[in-house]
Design a protein around this ligand. Structure first.
Ligand SMILES: Cc1cc2nc3c(=O)[nH]c(=O)nc-3n(C[C@H](O)[C@H](O)[C@H](O)COP(=O)(O)OP(=O)(O)OC[C@H]3O[C@@H](n4cnc5c(N)ncnc54)[C@H](O)[C@@H]3O)c2cc1C
Length: 304
């Protein structure tokens, strides 16, 4: 068995693909995720219909397949949030609340982070009425056992539409708040949303502040013509863009995330949305994860 230590940070599609491929190549990868679970962002997807060879599948169902895939190759997910990666005498030193660990090679597959709503009241309600991922809002609706209530979704891109379809499937009535005069999203999702009887879009609407009244979240917004209105719902789900999580993690290492999976530092690889940002897709992440694992294995073998 291969004895070099390879650590994969992030157990989304990229990290899972990398870890399984490492195991297939005889390594014992350490797969870390800050949530302690596999799946990553795709857990939010309404229906993934672009993965070759798979029938359309919901995000949560695809996550079950990832978990089964890891289990088949004996790869557990260890809960750990890595806050810093630095070079050390023999490779890399990863630090976080868990302490520190050393690795001979590192695959960074940390995906993206949601942009947060920067209006008064939003930070106070973060995770308790204002959510950055639809799965949190869905959990809340399940806990409250409510159905048929309005849920406000902020954003006009694909993620906002996808979230709204998931919310409508769960019995909620999504109201999509769009700052501009039309949706930014294009293609099939637009048609699905426009034809959905439970989903409505409010255009030319800019959120100003958010608060709670009893079990209702109240969003004050400026509508066209400078008119103010109060929108109420069971919660607010924010989908206003994402940025690369690796930007923070790698700041001291001077890595250009636009230069491909292999970085200028031997033994360090960047895979999936960690380098694509918000433009990534599961197939791209999986391809990156496989490539990173193959390259890391070749690197570690050559080192001996
Ligand atoms: C609503 C929605 C619908 C989508 N639908 C589709 C679709 O239909 N088809 C498709 O191909 N793609 C779809 N996508 C895109 C897809 O989800 C992503 O491209 C894919 O999940 C990227 O995989 P990844 O492994 O690179 O990153 P992620 O899935 O983001 O995984 C990153 C992982 O890293 C962990 N992590 C982050 N920081 C740290 C840290 N510091 N320490 C430890 N762990 C950390 C996170 O917890 C996460 O589990 C959709 C995305 C969204 C939001």
């Amino acid at each position: 068995m291969f004895e070099k230590r390879i650590t994969v940070i992030g157990a989304g599609p990229a990290g899972c693909a990398a870890a399984v491929q490492c195991a297939r190549l005889g390594m014992v990868p350490l797969l870390l995720d800050k949530t302690g679970t596999a799946g990553g962002l795709v857990a939010n997807a309404f229906s993934m219909e672009n993965y070759p060879g798979l029938e359309p599948i919901s995000g949560p169902e695809f996550v079950q397949k990832l978990e089964a895939h890891l289990a088949r190759f004996g790869v557990p997910v260890t809960r750990a949030r890595v806050d810093r990666i630095a070079r050390s005498a023999n490779g890399f030193r990863l630090t976080g609340e868990f302490g520190a660990l050393e690795a001979d090679a590192v695959i960074v597959a940390v995906g993206t982070v949601s942009k947060t709503l920067e209006i008064p009241g939003a930070s106070t309600l973060a995770g308790a009425g204002v959510y950055n991922e639809v799965r949190q809002q869905l959990d809340q609706l399940r806990q409250d056992r409510t159905s048929g209530r309005d849920v406000l979704v902020i954003g006009g891109g694909e993620a906002a539409l996808d979230y709204s379809l998931s919310l409508a499937r769960a019995g909620a009535r999504p109201v999509i708040i769009v700052r501009g005069a039309k949706l930014r999203a294009v293609g099939r999702l637009v048609k699905l949303v426009e034809e959905h009887p439970a989903i409505q879009c409010m255009y030319d609407t800019t959120p100003l502040s958010v608060g709670r009244e009893g079990d209702e979240i109240v969003l004050t917004a400026r509508r066209r013509g400078d008119q103010r209105s109060e929108l109420r719902g069971a919660g607010v789900t924010v989908a206003i863009g994402r940025y690369r999580a690796a930007d923070d993690l790698l700041d001291s290492l001077d890595i250009d995330l636009n230069k491909g999976v292999s970085t200028r530092i031997p033994g360090m690889y960047i895979a999936g949305d960690a380098r694509f940002g918000g433009l990534g897709q599961v197939g791209m992440a999986v391809g990156d994860g496989l490539f990173a694992a193959m390259a890391a294995c070749r690197y570690l073998n050559a080192e001996d």
